[in-house]
Design a protein around this ligand. Structure first.
Ligand code: UDP
Ligand code: MG
Length: 335
């Protein structure tokens, strides 16, 4: 007698959404996303990655799942940050195409249809969502984002799009490459364009956050910026070298002037220049040491090679008992 098997074939589309304390936004998100995906008439899954929320996000997601089987809940053991939560989602996603989208409806789900159509019709591997209007963001957010993209274009490369965040569609080929990256803290908005896959763009208007507050305080923005710079560019180290050279030249000038002053017997005054030189050099040295530390810290983390995240629960494991195609072990950040 043959045992009936549930064969779960991979969906065409996976929608990956990292969520951190999004209890207030999650109902709005699901209510708007579901009709959009149902209308696409392709097999899909939504991978909601709970990034160690301390509110009722997971409980609510599990409730919503009872009425929407395509909703998959992958919950991480602790908060690991947006980009790493995205990494967890990309590893879990099984679709031929994967779209990453925020949970706060700042990126309109309706654009997903356009992205999928663009990818299929033009045969491209990546479709970037490009914000053509950010007027709904605060002035502070726009200024800091402007400075971030300005710096990244200079440090990383001109192919970094000014207005492309993490709302994009990627083909299976791209996602497989991303999943195999050895990086501990990849910054996807920089990594994806750097791979050089064929791409297209769709524009959209960035809306206001539907509910709740931003989960990206200044400290997380600074962390993202540091990760972005250090994972793509050794320019800061080079700047350190130039600073060192410049201060060496300054010191040389000071030494010569000191010797000349000594020759003229005018050596007692000079407290200010000494004071300034010691402070300046001390400051420059500390900055350079700090810069070195940033890189060494990352090398240290890479050598330790700890898992980037651990999956506590994946609702897909409960469903796929026959196919058993994704195990929790596989989904952990181990390679
Ligand atoms: N997010 C996350 N982990 C974090 C911070 C944020 O998964 O530690 C998620 C968050 O729930 C949202 C997305 O990342 O879906 C973007 O965050 P948010 O909208 O707060 O950032 P902003 O749009 O203000 O830059
Ligand atoms: Mg947002």
């Amino acid at each position: 007698m043959t045992v009936p098997q549930v064969v779960v074939s991979p969906p065409v589309l996976s929608v990956v959404t990292p969520m951190y304390n999004e209890r207030e936004a999650v109902d709005h998100f699901v209510a708007r996303l579901r009709p959009v995906l149902d209308r696409l008439e392709v097999a899909y899954e939504v991978v909601a990655v709970d990034d160690g929320s301390s509110d009722a996000t997971v409980a609510r997601l599990l409730q919503l799942r009872t009425e929407w089987p395509q909703l998959r809940v992958v919950s991480l053991r602790r908060n690991v940050g947006h980009q790493t939560a995205l990494a967890a989602g990309l590893r879990s996603a099984r679709g031929d195409y994967v779209v990453s989208i925020d949970a706060d409806l700042q990126d309109p789900p309706e654009t997903i249809g356009e992205m999928l159509a663009a990818a299929r019709e033009q045969g491209v591997d990546v479709v970037y969502g490009v914000r053509n209007d950010r007027s709904s963001d605060t002035v502070f957010k726009r200024r800091t984002a402007g400075a971030y993209y300005w710096m990244m274009r200079r440090l990383v490369g001109p192919w970094v799009s000014n207005q492309a965040g993490d709302f994009r569609l990627m083909s299976r080929a791209v996602v497989d490459v991303l999943n195999d990256l050895p990086e501990q803290r990849p910054v996807y908005r920089l990594v994806v364009p750097s791979l050089g896959f064929s791409s297209a763009e769709v524009t959209y208007v960035r809306a206001e956050r539907v509910a709740g507050e931003t989960k990206y305080p200044l400290s997380k923005m600074i962390k993202l910026t540091l990760d972005s710079v250090t994972s793509f560019s050794a320019t800061p180290l080079r700047i350190a070298t130039w600073l060192g050279l410049l201060s060496f030249l300054l010191c040389l000038g000071l030494m010569i002037s000191g010797l000349v002053a000594w020759g003229f017997g005018a050596t007692v005054p000079g407290w200010t220049s000494l004071y300034v030189a010691v402070l300046l050099l001390g400051g420059i040295q500390l900055i350079c040491l700090g810069l070195l530390g940033e890189y060494i810290g990352r090398i240290y983390a890479a050598v330790q090679n700890r898992p980037q995240f651990l999956v506590a629960q994946d609702t897909a494991d409960e469903v796929a008992f026959g196919a058993a195609d994704v195990s929790t072990e596989e989904l952990a950040g181990h390679r």
